[in-house]
Ligand binder design. Sequence first.
Ligand code: AMP
Length: 346
Amino acid sequence: MATLSHRMSEISEKKPTKPVVLTCAQPTGRLHLGNYLGAVLNWGRMQDDYDCYFGIVDQHAITVAHVPAQLRDNTYSCLAQYVACGLDPARSHLFVQSHVIGHTELAWILGCLCPLGQLERMTQFKDKARKHQSVDAGLLFYPVLMAADILLYNAQLVPVGDDQKQHLELARDLAEKFNHRYSDTFHIPEPFISKIGSRIMSLQDPTVKMSKSDPNLSSMVYVTDRPDEIRKKIMSAVTDSTAEVRAGEDKPGVTNLLTIMSACTGRSVATLEAEFSGKGYGDFKKGVADAVVATLDPVRLRYDELIKDREELGRIFKAGAEQAQAVAFRTLSKVNRKVGFVERPR
Ligand code: AMP
């Protein structure tokens, strides 16, 4: 009996395993308000309920022309921005792809299960290939590396935007193929569709998404912008000539600002409409700017501190790499054995 009650208490003390969620982003520079309210803020909220892996995928970033020094700086900056935005190295695994042995190794093995035609049909590959004069094999192989990023940590859930759905589909195919050809090894990853998370539109053309590739810098607020820059951009946001603070398809500019203010304050759009009823766009925009400044100011202050502290960033990189590597080695050694490689002598 003693043994049973001992076992029962052991079971009740044992932490339930949380589903593994993996999110990867290239270190492309500064995050904007759309990235923050639409993605990173929600990733932060997932940290208690899921076992989160946040990968800064620098190996993906060299599939197109890049400047090496800039890639390095962007990788530091990306980590500092993520931490400043609330991704917590103590609760999640924040790592750089090139720091972990296993991503490219697993990609090679998965590549040997992947028909060439399937890669050539990827819409993102076709789009990018059209824009460049010559195309390197890395660009074609990109989705296989992404599949490896996911399967290396046996992720169950992957938050993906529309542009990545086809790549996740490939990761699922390759996981199924591997499981079928060898034996059950990988979870088949599912897309994670968050119910919360706002779609933020350009401040200058509210009919298109706020996007880092927009050449008009007034169209976006960066999470590291100073309050005066934020205010200037919000005050010059495109609205309409009716001076009526109301959401609606006929009012994309005002709707976008209401969405932003609602996401920043946690108050509903209806409440905000009532609050600004009868007031002009000047007052409304000032309210929106105040809300954005209040939301982003702590992010910028934390970022400014961190970006100067390469030692601290180095410690976060190291801890993240160690945690990710432990899992990656386990997966890799299992995969290598199943494929038929002789175990490396220790
Ligand atoms: P990207 O900047 O395209 O690399 O996207 C990084 C993440 O931010 C993805 O999860 C996107 O879905 C999200 N994201 C990008 N732009 C926006 C936007 N304007 N509104 C909401 N989410 C966005």
